[in-house]
Design a protein around this ligand. Sequence first.
Ligand SMILES: *Cc1c(COP(=O)(O)O)cnc(C)c1O
Ligand code: SF4
Length: 358
Amino acid sequence: MNKRDKGERRNGVYLSLEEAAAGVGFILKDEEISWSGKQGALPFLLPESYASLIDPDDKKDPIRRQAIPSAKEFNPAEYEREDPLGESAFTVLPFLIHRYRSRALFLATGRCAMYCRHCFRRNFTGTDEEPEMDDVCRAAGYISGHPEIKELLISGGDPLTLPAKQLLEILTIFREVNSDLVIRLCTRVPVTAPDLVTQELISGITGFRSPGLFMMTQINHPRELSPKVRACIANFIDSGIPVFNQAVLLKGVNDSAELLIELMHNLLKNRIKPYYLFHLDMAAGTDHFRISLKRGLELYRELENNLSNLALPAYGVDIPGGGGKVNLTEGGIVERNGEFYSLRNREGEVFPYLDPAE
Ligand SMILES: *Cc1c(COP(=O)(O)O)cnc(C)c1O
Ligand code: SF4
């Protein structure tokens, strides 16, 4: 028997770590073997297509690191939190988070196609929690009563794991209460399980593309842009759905300037606009993925020096506990004294600047 055929799968998805290891043909490390899906842990689920990107001979493979759990997840650092972004304080209705005046976020399902080991919403992700249509209608009522909300992020979990019909119904309900509502579909399915994307889903979503529907995906490593993933994303783009990427800066996955530059360039080549590079949130059990802000800023400086403004994402960090997002791009201002500024350009040179409008 071919070693790649040994692992058990159901519908092309590995359901246990051991099955996946046998299927992909790699040997489990001690820290992986001693992982067990304790009650309350982020579950394990790995689609075959994502598993096939893992190099079985590389124990430090960046794809493996995102997909294969480690016992380290059960040893949270003391600064880590169950609710790293303090979202509970902004949860205005079940499944609806309103943190920023002009945009709200709806949690369409707790399920994902794969459970990323660095997931920051692991408190909710992987649970069976899912809004009923009543919850969707109540959330839509809130949006309707808050016309300052111009954009709705549909996230989770992963909304593309929902049956197409259900997702399209959700889009219909939200657009019914505000026909100008710009929608962002936040999903990793095109990367982790492109096989789940059906033509029915794409044509259905296309019906909502005006006044603006964007797909926000999470591609963290150039190898994730496999031919199958590229074809899936191209299908969305060709159907009028622009695609943006929100990468997460992850130790042992993409914490190298060279690799990030390659990633951003390859995204652009595939018509995907790099939108954010997120510094890792302080979610419980993700410490092994963390690099320092200082190192992150060094890497970001390299990106600024080497990428076009089109290929450059914003470097964002969320202040733990609900302080919100910060763009770490203000390093351009070195000093300010009234109207006199010292500004640092992309090459790192500092220039005087006199603001005539001051
Ligand atoms: C990130 C985020 C948004 C969107 O922020 P942008 O900077 O506009 O991309 C909206 N709501 C919540 C709760 C968020 O975490
Ligand atoms: S797809 Fe998103 S929500 Fe789901 S596990 Fe990965 S990071 Fe978390």
